[in-house]
Design a protein around this ligand. Structure first.
Ligand code: ZN
Length: 99
């Protein structure tokens, strides 16, 4: 078996898909809000949310991963929206960005 060939054919990745779903949704929600959405504030919100919700790890190829993230994002769980809203409130009240 040629290892290089195997890598090229089967390009698997190991990811917590919630990380990607949360990242998309946090960016979307923060950019539509009137609170600071600098990179630091966005990352603080993502970290707070991801520490609260259970991770969902998948081992899949890159193409399938994107499809799964998209279908997960479309389902738009109410729990996730609530967790992000709460985290945004925390970051707004106690911002950790510089200046
Ligand atoms: Zn900020």
């Amino acid at each position: 078996m040629n290892c290089l060939q195997e890598v090229l054919v089967v390009d698997y990745v190991f990811e917590n898909i919630m990380e990607l779903v949360v990242k998309n949704q946090v960016e979307d929600m923060m950019e539509r809000s009137n609170q600071c959405h600098c990179d630091k504030c966005k990352m603080d919100v993502m970290a707070l949310v991801l520490n609260k919700i259970p991770p969902k790890y998948v081992a899949t190829n890159k193409g399938a991963l994107i499809t799964r993230v998209q279908s997960y994002s479309r389902q738009g769980t109410a729990d996730l929206t609530a967790a992000i809203t709460a985290a945004m409130e925390t970051v707004k009240n106690f911002p950790l960005h510089e200046g």
